[in-house]
Design a protein around this ligand. Sequence first.
Ligand SMILES: [Zn+2]
Length: 115
Amino acid sequence: MKITACDLDKQTPAKTYTITAEGESPVELDLCGEHSAPIEELIGRARAAREGADQAAEEPGPAPVPKRGPARRAAAKKATARKAAPAKRTATKAAARAPKIMTLEEIEAQKRNKG
Ligand SMILES: [Zn+2]
């Protein structure tokens, strides 16, 4: 016969508890009487609570948190993300395109040069 020893202190006899948290793989615990006590207690309390029988077991339970507390306003996001925006270059091309004022003579001269 296989003797189960406590995982924690190697005491015998020990019971094997398989605990499965929802969504997790089961964990097997070998626990002696001392170390299984908390689990036994939990089981007992849970059963009692489900049956609604043992109301004597006082459960402090989490105190309800009043929602009236000073509402923490999310600190306004500081506009620290200053992207070094490239300075807008004055359109020099436009200036180049600007119509050049030429005299009639100059225009005629250009025409002649172009042949
Ligand atoms: Zn133990």
